[in-house]
Design a protein around this ligand. Structure first.
Ligand code: C5P
Length: 223
């Protein structure tokens, strides 16, 4: 019998990652950061100096790239790409842009399908991404779609980066976020859109705790 799944989809910066991790921890469920898989392929492709317009090479690279999630300490999830800790490189804005381009290739998405489904194990899974509720776990009993205005998402990203001492221009960030939204929503395979049966939560002006509480309300009480 298949384990239960909560899918959390939405655009970048809506708070999916943070909310998904907290909910998974509270429920004692597994966690899938599907964006990290696309990012990992992007990193491997740039390590191999692949041409981003060479779809066939990128598809081969997807099959060849090993990705492992390792929890080094509580809450410290590291992502190993072909055996190398690539966690920091994975988070770069440039990696996200490459991932988003690669994610538009249908064969790449198909190649990652089963790998994502393998994360579905008892007692449950929180799956974070763009097409978790529409494609990968279309039969999931619990589905959430998190949104927030582009301005709010750019502001959050700006705060995160400044905390890390990274200096970026707000308008550049906003432009990048809007460009990535458009690419993710307009692609022909698995475009970003809420599943028909997803619960929509607009997190603009909401704190993380409030969002987590709203999501937990949808789930059975933790075991
Ligand atoms: O969520 P994250 O920002 O890490 O995802 C990076 C990129 O990977 C996204 O912009 C999106 O294009 C792609 N992606 C996807 N499907 C997913 C997760 C991520 O297409 N399930």
């Amino acid at each position: 019998e298949l384990a239960t799944v909560l899918t959390i989809d939405g655009p970048s910066g809506a708070g999916k990652g943070t909310v998904s991790r907290i909910v998974a921890r509270r429920m004692g469920w597994h966690y899938l950061d599907s964006g990290a898989l696309y990012r990992a392929v992007g990193v491997a492709a740039s390590w191999a100096n692949l041409d981003i317009s060479d779809a066939a090479a990128l598809v081969r690279c997807t099959f060849d790239t090993q990705v492992e999630f390792v929890e080094r300490a509580e809450g410290d999830l590291r992502v190993m790409v072909n055996g190398v800790d690539a966690t920091d490189e994975l988070r770069l804005e440039t990696t996200g842009a490459v991932a988003s381009a690669i994610a538009a290739i249908p064969e790449v998405r198909a190649a990652l399908k089963e790998r994502q489904r393998a994360f579905r194990r008892a007692p449950g899974l929180v799956a974070d991404g763009r097409d978790m509720g529409t494609v990968i776990f279309a039969d999931a009993p619990y589905k959430v779609f998190l949104t927030a205005s582009a301005e709010e998402r750019a502001q959050r990203r700006h705060n995160q980066l400044s905390q890390k001492g990274v200096c970026v221009n707000f308008d550049d960030l906003l432009r990048e976020i809007m460009a990535r939204d458009a690419r993710d929503a307009q692609r022909t395979v698995a475009p970003l859109k809420p599943a028909d049966d997803a619960v929509l939560i607009d997190t603009s002006g909401m704190g993380i705790d409030d969002v987590v509480a709203r999501v937990l309300d949808l789930l059975p009480a933790p075991a």
